[in-house]
Write a protein that binds this ligand. Sequence first.
Ligand SMILES: [Zn+2]
Length: 335
Amino acid sequence: MGKAFCEHCREYVDVSLVTEKEVTEFEGMRYVYPVRYGVCQRCGGRATPDEVQAENQRSFLDAVRTENGIVSQRTIEAIPERYNIGKRPLSKVLGWGEQSYSRFIEGDIPSREYSKTISRIDRSPLAYLLILHTNTRALTDLAFRKSKEAAMRALTSTSSAAERAAAYILAKTGSSSPLGLQKELYYANGLCEAFLGRPLVSERCEAWTRGPVYPRLWETLELRSVREESMFGQEVAEAVGKTFSPEEREVLEAVISRIACYSPFALQDFTHREAPWREARTDVPDGEPSTNEISEESVRRFFHALKERYRMQKPADIGEYMQDMVKELQGSRIP
Ligand SMILES: [Zn+2]
């Protein structure tokens, strides 16, 4: 219910709101989006409140943005508040001109590249934290602290288990490569299956040529290698650690101490020899790209068997298997 001026009745009347799909042709493109209009309760004619018309206009602009791969105005507006940072400092953190973010809030449409960055930090508080830590000099200490705290709150309360686990590993190891992190998550997931009887993360895992990869995480992080020592510090590890059970933390610690010590390429070689990745690629020729899913079932079967074979009492016992894999690979390289 709302109030609007009815042209037919010549006065302000009560209206009920109805939603429908609108189609607009604009610059050679066809946009479909939801709009609402008001129906005069007295004469049944159309009478739409001004604020609803403004929403409809926004709905159209959002459709134009979505169709063209541009982030929505709502998302742009929400970020400074979510990460507790001013528009100008945010621009600087992102490495943009000081006024850029303010202009986007006022309605300027960002380029695809800028838009991609905004979407990424919207989807991933971890991505934002990484960018924030790379550009600490763009902010005063106080502004940095406030924004980091807000991002940590978002990370612990809204991020997926995959992202939180990635943050935990990054914070604890102080460095990682995108590829290594993917493998570390994969082993964390396998160990969780073996010891807790359930996966750690629910995200789809695919059998890429580079081994098991969680595409969603890969895409949001697009981790430039994180080298800066202890760039996260203990704080992030502690905050994120609390979101996992003690048993899950034990798994993550095992990954950090027994698996993160190997190079991403070694880990890739290990996974190439393991059943879950191989089974997912039975129909794919060697070296060909694939997005086939690595099934949870195959991960469970493989890691349960591994646990039996090595008589593992605790997750960290996977270290012995890792050492065997190194020996096996060295052996296979001798002609
Ligand atoms: Zn009317």
